[in-house]
Write a protein that binds this ligand. Structure first.
Ligand code: COA
Length: 331
């Protein structure tokens, strides 16, 4: 990083996962599938979904409040809220970050959403880091989360089994202030030629929602799983290798990857010769929570004492767009 910029660290963290757990057998009432098929192909045993009376912003708010409490920072002192999501409360307007801003009482904060699907948290982290690094802001709240259960087609067996709801948040500060979670490096990328692989094909501003679209369900999430799988394996492997290039492997505390699919993570781990215990996996209980997956996994690693002070944490994510991102932190 440019030496005139300020080093940025993570002062605190928090996450929120819905209580409602949906197991694999739930799907057998909608299409032909089995617990065994889903477990074997994805590693997912259950996912958490919002209850009917809960909103995505409820999770984003709870994660933010826990994060601020852990950071010891008052909501009024937050300068900026960046929320990464593709499944906020509304269809893009207003930004759900503004709803969170009001809920937590961060009345002095600017707020906006960004979307880079499953890579969203890493994009948001990178944007938030710039505001702190330039000295523009001192407290930037970065949230990644999804209410994907609200945008899937329950009858589409290639997608509905995979996705879950959840959210995590971190507070960025000058490293000098918080003395932990130094963000050493971030890389981001995109390849729009793969845009059609994971998409809500119809019902956007290109083509208004019609009764036909509603009955087809093509305003909901669709994925070409096989194509995504191949790309995800190589990209996740490259991102983890990028983060550790020139680093002493002994310095690695843990890899916190996007919980894309257990098989994808295991293949990447084996290709890089990483000990399996160095790669955190929680997809079995939460499914793929897209932008929520990395921050939720980070929170769990920190709470479980899996991150050693002074050692490296690697984050890697890949998703719709196509987009990808990696980060190396020194805790
Ligand atoms: N239960 C039972 N059978 C299913 C099924 C389900 N839930 N979903 C698909 N199938 C069937 C298919 O219809 C197909 O049947 P056919 O051979 O009779 O046509 C067969 O299983 C194989 O389908 P395929 O899509 O090739 O399976 P797969 O091994 O690739 O597994 C995914 C499907 C979605 C689990 C897998 O492709 C995957 O995880 N991809 C990555 C997706 C991902 O992680 N996306 C998130 C990006 S952030």
């Amino acid at each position: 990083m440019n030496p005139s910029l300020i080093d940025v660290g993570i002062a605190g963290y928090g996450c929120s996962i819905p209580e409602r757990s949906v197991d694999n057998n739930y799907f057998t009432r909608f299409f032909e599938t089995s617990d065994e098929w889903i477990m074997q192909r994805t590693g997912i045993q259950a996912r958490r979904w919002l209850k009917d009376d809960e909103k995505p912003s409820d999770m984003f708010t709870a994660a933010s409040e826990r994060c601020l409490e852990k950071s010891g920072v008052n909501a009024e002192d937050v300068d900026l809220i960046i929320l990464a999501t593709v499944s906020g409360d509304h269809l893009g307007v207003p930004a759900t970050a503004c709803i969170v801003q009001d809920n937590i009482g961060a009345k002095n904060a600017a707020a906006f959403d960004i979307q880079a699907a499953c890579t969203g948290f890493l994009y948001a982290l990178s944007v938030g880091r710039q505001f702190v690094a330039t000295g523009a802001y001192k407290n930037v709240l970065v949230i990644g989360g999804e209410g994907l259960s609200r945008i899937i087609d329950i009858y589409d067996r290639g997608t509905s089994i995979i996705f879950g709801d959840g959210a995590g948040a971190v507070l960025l500060q000058p490293h000098e202030t918080c003395q932990q979670g130094l963000i050493e490096d971030i890389t981001l990328g995109a390849d729009g030629a793969g845009a059609q692989f994971i998409t809500r094909p119809r019902g956007g501003a290109m083509e208004q929602i019609t009764p036909d679209i509603l009955s087809e369900g093509t305003h909901q999430l669709r994925m070409k799983g096989r194509e995504v799988y191949r790309f995800a394996v190589s990209r996740m492997t490259e991102l983890m290798a990028w983060a550790m290039e020139g680093q002493d492997p002994e310095e690695l505390s843990i890899v916190v990857p996007h919980q894309v699919n257990k098989r994808i993570l295991e293949t990447a781990t084996a290709k890089l010769d990483l000990p399996p215990e160095k790669v955190y996996i929680n997809i079995d209980k939460y499914g793929n929570t897209s932008a929520g997956s990395v921050p939720v996994a980070l929170c769990e690693c920190l709470d479980a004492g899996k991150i050693e002070k002074g050692k490296l944490v690697v984050m890697a994510a890949f998703g719709a767009g196509l987009t990808w991102g990696g980060a190396r932190l020194r805790w």
